[in-house]
Design a protein around this ligand. Structure first.
Ligand code: F0G
Length: 366
């Protein structure tokens, strides 16, 4: 693959976002106004500690740090395409249901559309009490109208689907195919950064758009060389694994607290076609991985993102990972999104002292 409209290699020219780089692979044309915050081009970082923990000969584990995107999550890859296309189609408003990150991204790209001289309102429905603080604050300050509903994500999604069927407003959840198109560029970047297609891709699964997008990306990148896709739902919110709608999903990983994913069939298909699987990880496994990623790799992510690493560790222990594999775990969102969980899980909550050397030395306990 040669990336970029001019055929130049990735990263050799000033980065102007995923549409600029992967234009020929995306549904844009000369009439599409490009609304971008220069998303994409996120780090792919080797993870020596996690590699060792897997305890399988010849393994290499990498983390794709999607929290480095402009609003701190992978959603920006899809949102740049969805909002650009919405404007091309003369839409003046976007709407989404969200566990937080989609709303932050939609709000930011709507603001960016306004910066480019377009009228663009953003409306957001989120489950009250279940959105991490960082995400809620983002949607609000970027200027969206944020409605916190007394219900869960699945109920919010049903409502916005009904709203877009009756009112002139564009849906920017991953049911919007342009979102999937943008998000597939994560797969392209990984192949270019590694210099090859990885053997395994580990990814959290919530509404199931991202696993769908990555699989599409890998299929477009190389017909005969594709990774095994392994997706992970939280065990309290695992409709795909349990093969039934979960009416009251629960998990500490609020981003993937979803009981009826929109891209359910596509996720099952990605796992099946790639000879992979979708499995569950418990909240305990998620939080354990969340701490390892921060404390032993020095990389930040939010709890839902840690489901990818938790799932890899579980699968390695069960000997479901082949030796000599190159594995990429998608870290979907930035650690700063969810400061409450970070403080709960950190090592220093409640440690206080008088400004007294003796007292402090006792606490430091060298
Ligand atoms: N990780 C994070 C940090 C997320 O925000 C999401 C989804 C996922 C993983 C799962 O991705 O839905 O494509 O399977 N967040 C959506 C939102 C639902 O509203 O922000 P998925």
């Amino acid at each position: 693959m040669t990336s970029g409209s001019s055929g130049s290699a990735l990263f050799t020219k000033p980065w102007k976002g995923i549409i600029d780089c992967y234009r020929t692979y995306l549904p844009v044309n000369d009439n599409t106004p490009i609304i971008t915050l220069h998303e994409g081009n996120t780090p792919l970082v080797f993870a020596p500690h996690i590699t060792k923990l897997c305890n399988i000969p010849g393994l290499s584990v990498y983390l794709k740090v999607e929290g480095a995107n402009p609003t701190g999550s992978f959603k920006d890859r899809g949102m740049t395409v969805a909002v650009s296309k919405a404007i091309e189609e003369k839409s003046k408003a976007i709407i989404c249901a969200s566990t937080g990150n989609t709303s932050a991204s939609a709000a930011a790209y709507a603001a960016r559309a306004r910066a480019n001289g377009y009228k663009m309102d953003c409306f957001v429905l989120v489950p009250k009490g279940y959105v991490a603080l960082g995400k809620l604050s983002q949607a609000m300050i970027y200027g969206a109208k944020v409605i916190q509903i007394k219900g869960n994500f699945d109920e919010a999604l049903s409502l916005v689907k009904e709203i877009v069927s009756k009112y002139p407003v564009t849906l920017v959840n991953s049911l919007n195919p342009f979102r999937i198109e943008g998000q597939k560029t994560g797969a392209f970047e990984i192949c270019e950064q590694l210099g090859k297609v990885p053997d395994v891709l580990a990814i959290p699964v919530g509404n199931a758009g991202n696993i769908t997008a990555y699989w599409k990306g890998f299929c477009e990148y190389a017909k005969n060389d594709r990774p095994i896709m392994i997706g992970f739902e939280a065990s309290g919110a695992a409709p795909i694994v349990q093969n039934k709608i979960i009416e009251k999903p629960e998990t500490v990983a609020t981003a993937i607290r979803i009981g009826n994913p929109a891209s359910w069939k596509q996720a099952v298909n990605a796992a099946k076609e790639s000879n992979g699987f979708i499995d569950t990880v418990t909240d305990e496994e998620i939080l354990n991985a969340y701490k390892i990623i921060h404390q032993e790799e020095g990389i930040a992510c939010e709890p839902a993102s840690a489901a990818s690493v938790a799932g890899l560790l579980k699968s390695a222990k069960a000997k479901k990972i082949s030796p000599e594999s190159t594995i990429v775990c998608i870290l979907t969102g930035n650690g700063l999104k969810d400061p409450d969980t970070a403080i709960n899980q950190g090592k220093s909550e409640g440690l206080e002292a008088n400004p007294d050397l003796k007292e402090i030395i006792t606490i430091l306990d060298f």
